[in-house]
Design a protein around this ligand. Structure first.
Ligand code: HEC
Length: 151
């Protein structure tokens, strides 16, 4: 009896210390993580615009912001696991009701952020402007349909 209880305690202690990846992610943490990634995308988008439209200098920072945006763009597809549609979230249930349509917007965002990165890396101004517009449209397109309006 005592032995069993000790084993359970040791096991729980080990899980807490290793934070191991086989433990299921709590939905509240998955939601927090999703918002953190979204906020990071917004921050890199606005830093990019300030440089790109000449409001600040730091041309040499431009590639870092589009690198980050492209990397975060690839993460979107895993940010909406089942069970994260309730609680402290503005994500609408429609996301899980029409996964195909939602997936198309995820793909559009991943693609446009990759194109923006490529255009900046190539020093192609016209392609950069075009890709940046596509990125903005992809954020807005998804928010319009799948995110609760601010009240
Ligand atoms: C495929 C859909 C989709 C795309 C693409 C998308 N978002 Fe979001 N975004 C959401 C949803 C849904 C939420 C609400 C998340 C929540 O509250 O759990 C959100 C939330 C946010 C938030 C608020 C985060 C918070 O702390 O509450 C910001 C800022 C944001 N997005 C910025 C962006 C930017 C910038 C882009 C484009 C570069 C983008 N998003 C692309 C669906 C998307």
């Amino acid at each position: 009896m005592r032995q069993a209880r000790l084993t359970v305690l040791l096991t729980l202690g080990m899980l807490a210390f290793t934070g191991n990846s086989t433990a299921a992610t709590a939905p509240t943490d998955a939601i927090k993580y999703r918002k953190a990634v979204m906020s990071a995308m917004a921050a890199h988008t606005s830093a990019f615009s300030l440089i790109n439209f000449g409001r600040v200098e730091h041309q040499d920072h431009l590639i870092a912001h589009v690198d980050a945006l492209a990397a975060l763009g690839t993460q979107l597809k895993v940010l909406f696991p089942a069970g994260t549609g309730t609680g402290d979230t503005d994500a609408l249930p429609l996301i899980w009701q029409e996964p195909e349509k939602f997936g198309q917007l995820v793909t559009a965002s991943e693609k446009s952020t990759a194109e923006l990165r490529a255009a900046v890396a190539a020093g192609d101004k016209a392609a950069t402007m075009k890709a940046f517009k596509a990125v903005g449209d992809s954020c807005k397109g998804c928010h319009d349909r799948y995110r609760k309006e601010d009240d």
